[in-house]
Ligand binder design. Sequence first.
Ligand SMILES: C[S@@+](CC[C@H](N)C(=O)[O-])C[C@H]1O[C@@H](n2cnc3c(N)ncnc32)[C@H](O)[C@@H]1O
Length: 275
Amino acid sequence: MQHRYLVKELLLKITKMLGDIQRAPREAQLLLMAYLNVDELWLITNQEKELVDVDKLFEWVQRRSANEPLEYITKSVSFYSEEFYIDKGALIPRPETELLIDEVIKRVKDKDTAFTFVEVGVGSGIISILLAKHFANAKFIAVDISKEALKVAQINIERFGLQERIELRLGSLLEPIDEDIDYLVSNPPYIENGVSLETNLSYEPQNALFGGEIGDELIKQLLDEVLKQKIKFFSCEMGYDQKDRIQDYLNKTDFKSLDFYKDYSNFDRGFTLEL
Ligand SMILES: C[S@@+](CC[C@H](N)C(=O)[O-])C[C@H]1O[C@@H](n2cnc3c(N)ncnc32)[C@H](O)[C@@H]1O
């Protein structure tokens, strides 16, 4: 016979099952809401409701108690006030990447621009999708080296009805691009190889995190391409300690401006180069 639980009992049970997970009572609510596909109000007003068939929920809770990120379990992530599909092949979008999107929007004042934007390292698709929503006449080509990430991006692009405006290409950096590029944007992997990370990060694709022996190798390769192809704008996220090296790298080159921006914790987090 299947066990029956009241909503309030189930919340207590899964909070306990979550063990050492921080904010366990809140995580229990989030897991239950995602499992039942209900909102906060439903949860508050249905505490006495009886539920059966929750075995799958218990599997979710076990995965979460082993530190798997909530987003991979529920296959959903909030970013820039929108809900996106997410799965293990793609990095979970980080809040600071909103600032990279704002950076691009700030640079291109004309919302109707017909620019060709290229994104390198599209991951789940959040950057190209939000920029394509903002710049309704622009064309987007988004590259990733990972087939799994491209699958996640494809699902999100279809969810937002942007298949005609964002083209996905498999490949490394700008290799798959022959077109002239007006604006290059990227949140590339930029962590130094071998740095040990928290356990929850071990669930994320490692080629989305590690950028090379120093960490900034891919950023420098992109800078080389920007200079070679004379791409007018390049906005890029970077590690908090990479500003000086990037500035030095561009020391002997001609450009119009190089502006760095900080993240919500006041760490250096990215830059825009304008040629
Ligand atoms: C930090 S994630 C960014 C994902 C997404 N744009 C975001 O901001 O959440 C970096 C992405 O770059 C991809 N990547 C790594 N090396 C690459 C390369 N050489 N060329 C293209 N993409 C690459 C990874 O597969 C990953 O999807």
